[in-house]
Design a binder for this molecule. Structure first.
Ligand SMILES: [Zn+2]
Length: 214
């Protein structure tokens, strides 16, 4: 495959955005695996040639991780994607993948390219393949892959860049509408206390956040 510089005239992809959750998930995953390779699946939506990554799905339970190789748990990944995507107002799709690389290697191995070519057969809009290096700083390199081309593409992260609809959860009505029980199931609106009253009653006194048990 051939590497090219970012082309802002590209008809499919001009920028990648990561939500706070997606960015934190990648960083957390990399830190937990120390020097070993790891990776995940990028899910999100495309709007106006910008690829919005709302979440990343971790590589799973039965994975293989070494400093130069990693393989994910396909069953786990497929399961989690189908569960997570349904929570959103606009269910995200698989937009690509990321994985950690050793040292400063921020281009793809022959095996990586093979995987990209194979996956592209089912991705008419292309896909994002992202590499993470720690050399010594945490660094991400995004490529938009299409045909035989690997185009470097700029990115940013932060929910403030996102259209609110892309991060929005589906409403109870929308969830019911997607279900086989759409004709019979009802979810009544529920509120024990209004947000305004809650703030007045419970947040009036200064509190502290209690760490959760792990
Ligand atoms: Zn690789």
């Amino acid at each position: 495959m051939q590497y090219i510089r970012q082309d802002f005239q590209n008809p499919e992809c001009v920028h990648v955005l990561f939500s706070n959750r997606a960015y934190a998930s990648i960083l957390s995953e990399v830190i937990q695996h120390n020097r070993n390779e790891t990776g995940g699946v990028l899910i999100g939506n495309i709007y106006n040639r910008v690829w919005y990554i709302v979440e990343t799905i971790d590589s799973g339970i039965f994975t293989v991780n070494s400093p130069t190789f990693f393989r994910w748990d396909q069953n786990y990944v497929n399961h989690v994607i189908s569960v997570r995507r349904n929570v959103y107002k606009y269910p995200p799709s698989i937009l690509g993948f990321w994985h950690r690389h050793p040292g400063s290697l921020d281009t793809f191995s022959a095996m990586d390219e093979m995987t990209i070519r194979r996956t592209l057969k089912s991705c008419p809009h292309g896909l994002i393949s992202m590499l993470v290096n720690i050399d010594p700083d945490f660094r991400m390199t995004c490529y938009y892959c299409f045909g035989k081309i690997l185009m470097s593409v700029s990115y940013d992260y932060g929910d403030e860049y996102f259209l609110s609809d892309i991060l929005a959860c589906a409403s109870p009505q929308e969830l019911i509408g997607r279900s086989p029980q759409a004709k019979t199931l009802r979810v009544k609106p529920h509120a024990t206390i209004s947000p305004k009253q809650f703030a007045k009653r419970f947040q009036a006194v200064s509190g502290r956040i209690v760490p959760g048990k792990s």
